[in-house]
Design a protein around this ligand. Structure first.
Ligand code: AR6
Length: 175
């Protein structure tokens, strides 16, 4: 299991995995943080694809995920998921964050993709405490991988040192 999960520090838009995951908002119409970086690097084709999704199914609820083309990115597809805004921990944040990872993995698997890169969903603008979010990310992904052959490889792409250290420590504890 451990060998199927890696941590890298850097910019997720540079990842050459089949899929990169975007920490989007329910509107799917772009924003700041990693969402802004992904849309800037992907170009207008990504926004057009997001607008099509909006026309077909409306907004994307928290914890859900959708898949689109990747425009100019090196990845083949982008999964857009919506993590929870951190409130006080009693608003189902943990369940919703786990749902965001699981539903993203399900789309990767259903579409036959072999590799995916995740950002640390909800830990920026949405304010989720980083240690708790990292634990949910690692536990949800490792649990999913024990039951599915795809994706073969999952990368946690950390932008900051704190997340990188947290993920490295958690992965070292995996069997
Ligand atoms: N590559 C990898 N990680 C990144 C990058 C990057 N280029 N840029 C930022 N991060 P955030 P959220 C990290 O705020 O908390 C947007 O406006 C960042 O350091 O991007 O889920 C959306 O439209 C942090 O650890 O996403 C939503 O409205 C992590 O990515 C809202 O922000 C997530 O930070 C979503 O907030």
């Amino acid at each position: 299991m451990k060998s199927r999960i890696e941590v890298v520090q850097g910019d997720i838009t540079r990842m050459t995995t089949d899929v990169i995951v975007n920490a989007a908002n329910s509107s799917l119409m772009g924003g700041g943080g990693v969402d802004g970086a992904i849309h800037r690097a992907a170009g207008p084709a990504l926004m057009e694809a997001c607008m099509q999704v909006r026309q077909q199914q409306g907004t994307c609820p928290t914890g859900h995920a959708v898949i689109t083309v990747a425009g100019n990115l090196p990845a083949k597809a982008v999964v857009h998921t919506v993590g929870p805004v951190w409130r006080d921990g009693d608003a189902h944040e943990a369940q919703l964050l786990s749902d965001a990872y699981r539903n993203s993995l399900q789309l990767v698997c259903d579409n036959g993709y072999k590799s995916v890169a995740f950002p640390a969903i909800s830990t920026g603008i949405y304010g989720y405490p980083k240690p708790a979010a990292a634990e949910i990310a690692v536990n949800t992904v490792s649990d999913y991988l024990t039951r599915h052959a795809l994706p073969e490889q999952v990368y946690f792409v950390c932008y900051d040192e704190e997340n990188t250290r947290l993920y490295q420590r958690l992965l070292a504890q995996l069997s």
